[in-house]
Design a protein around this ligand. Structure first.
Ligand code: GDP
Ligand code: MG
Length: 180
C-alpha cells in the first residue's frame, strides 16, 4: 500500500567547466539544448520525476553555478548526495585528466558512509562533435579509468543530439535508489 511513496534522491553533477554539465541536465529535464554558453541555470537544482518499477522517484539534480572554475562548491552542494555524475568532454584531454581530482574532491567533501561502494557514473560528453574525429580520449581509456575506480558505469553522450541522455540518467536513478 505504501509502495508508491515518493523517494527523493539527490544527484550532483561534477566536472570541468564547459564539458556540458548544465546542457546534459537541460536536455534530460527540459528536452532543450542551447549552443549559447550559460554558466548557470539560475537555480541550485532541477527536479525530474520518474517511475522505476513500482517506485515513484524524484531526482533532484544539483548543478554548479560555474564556481567549479575558481572556487570550491561548499558543503551544501555535496551534503546527502545519493549519486555523483562525473562528466568530461571526449574532445578535451584535460577534462579527462581532472576526473581523478573531481572523484577525490567528492569523497572528501561528501564523505559518504562507504566510499568504496558509493555510486558514481561517468559520462563522456560531446561525442557528436566533428563526427567523433576530434575526440582525444578513446572509449577504451575511459572504461579503463572506470574499472580502476571500482567499475563505475560509463556512457558516451551528446547533450546536443540527445544521445544516451535518458539512458544515462535512468542508470543514475537506479544507482541512487539502490544506494538510498
Ligand atoms: P558546463 O560548464 O559543464 O555546465 O557546460 P555547458 O552545459 O554550459 O556547455 C558548455 C558549452 O558546450 C555550451 O556552448 C554548450 O552548448 C556546449 N555543449 C554542451 N554539450 C554539448 C554536446 O553534447 N555537443 C556539443 N556539440 N556541444 C555541447
Ligand atoms: Mg554549467
Amino acid at each position: 500500500m505504501s509502495s508508491r511513496r515518493r523517494t527523493l534522491l539527490k544527484v550532483i553533477v561534477l566536472g570541468d567547466s564547459g564539458v556540458g554539465k548544465t546542457s546534459l541536465m537541460n536536455q534530460y529535464v527540459h528536452k532543450k539544448f542551447s549552443q549559447q554558453y550559460k554558466a548557470t541555470i539560475g537555480a541550485d537544482f532541477v527536479t525530474k520525476e520518474l517511475q522505476i518499477e513500482d517506485r515513484l522517484v524524484t531526482l533532484q539534480i544539483w548543478d554548479t553555478a560555474g564556481q567549479e572554475r575558481f572556487q570550491s562548491l561548499g558543503v551544501a552542494f555535496y551534503r546527502g548526495a545519493d549519486c555523483c555524475i562525473l562528466v568530461y568532454d571526449v574532445n578535451v584531454r584535460k577534462s579527462f585528466d581532472t576526473l581523478d581530482n573531481w572523484h577525490e574532491e567528492f569523497l572528501n567533501q561528501a564523505s559518504p558512509t562507504d566510499p568504496k561502494t558509493f555510486p558514481f557514473i561517468l559520462l563522456g560528453n560531446k561525442v557528436d562533435i566533428d563526427g567523433g574525429n576530434s575526440r582525444v580520449v578513446s572509449e577504451k581509456k575511459a572504461r579503463e579509468w572506470c574499472a580502476s575506480k571500482g567499475n563505475i558505469p560509463y556512457f558516451e553522450t551528446s547533450a546536443k543530439e540527445d544521445y544516451n541522455v535518458d539512458a544515462a540518467f535512468l542508470c543514475v536513478a537506479k544507482l541512487a535508489l539502490a544506494n538510498d
